[in-house]
Design a protein around this ligand. Sequence first.
Ligand SMILES: Nc1ncnc2c1ncn2[C@@H]1O[C@H](COP(=O)(O)OP(=O)(O)OP(=O)(O)O)[C@@H](O)[C@H]1O
Ligand SMILES: [Mn+2]
Length: 310
Amino acid sequence: MEKAKFLIKHGFNLALEINADVLLIFTETGKTYDYYREQEAVHRRARKRKALNDFKNIKVVVTTPNEETFLRLKNEPKIIPILMAYRNNDRSSMIKQAVTTLFTNNIVKKGDVVVSILGIPKLTGGTDTISIFEVNDYPQILKFYEFISGIEKTKGKVINEVLNICMELAVEGREGTPVGTIFIIGDSEKVLKMSSQLILNPFEGHNSIIFDKHVKGTIKELSTIDGAFVISEKGEVLCAGRYISCSGGNIELPLGLGARHHAAATISRYTGAIAITVSESGGIIRIFKNGEILSEIKPKKITNDSEYSY
Ligand SMILES: Nc1ncnc2c1ncn2[C@@H]1O[C@H](COP(=O)(O)OP(=O)(O)OP(=O)(O)O)[C@@H](O)[C@H]1O
Ligand SMILES: [Mn+2]
């Protein structure tokens, strides 16, 4: 039997035995999901014969980076399909990125237990890992949860979309070179008053929404230019190449963080905006609120496929 089938069988039963809240399946082609369907049918038949735990209380989330697979999953019953760009992440970043996404979609809450079945992205048949993820074990994720659960739903979705773009930029860069950038989300009127254009605004006069994949592509293209992206709470991309005036902001930041991070901290201190930076030197993503670093996410390139970074 294929390795993935064993993993699905044991991951499925593990989720039942520990009474997990979520079973999180990563699949490129949908094959691992098919094995899950088979296992669920076996369990249903067995339940008729003997008293077994019912699987219905466990949310089944199936995440894929593949648009075609996602379209297929959207028509499947009793699962929550998620399209997520994780091909360049390592296993622990894949799980953290997925859990962050589940938070912003209110599928996971504090105290939940997530059983994940995953493996080496892009490799068919690469499924090789079962993991138990207790949300409370990750203070960073919890801090992010507190933050996300305290804000209005649409803004949470916009932030999650920006984080996904940042993850891709942090790991892929642009044409192989690392990029750094800033996204400023919310309180746009005040943000625009506190900043100026470094270049002609490429988004001027366009009604660009961050959820549109063409807009996402443009943003990634423009991520190499100086300055920040300003995004409204609803996800409208108002401008790129924006320079934040930082005069007089008494901002305390950890050593080694330069002008980009100071600008992000300053704008988040003097407006109600959230700022999210991708560092060109190191690819770390930082979320700023009220002038402080709320959370750091370190997506990592897979240097070799044997890398486990739990
Ligand atoms: N006030 C500002 N507003 C918008 N963008 C800024 C501002 N200051 C700097 N930047 C952007 O940050 C870029 C990098 O500056 P710098 O290296 O000093 O930042 P940093 O905090 O060290 O960031 P990184 O970790 O990416 O190197 C600049 O080229 C510019 O594009
Ligand atoms: Mn720098």
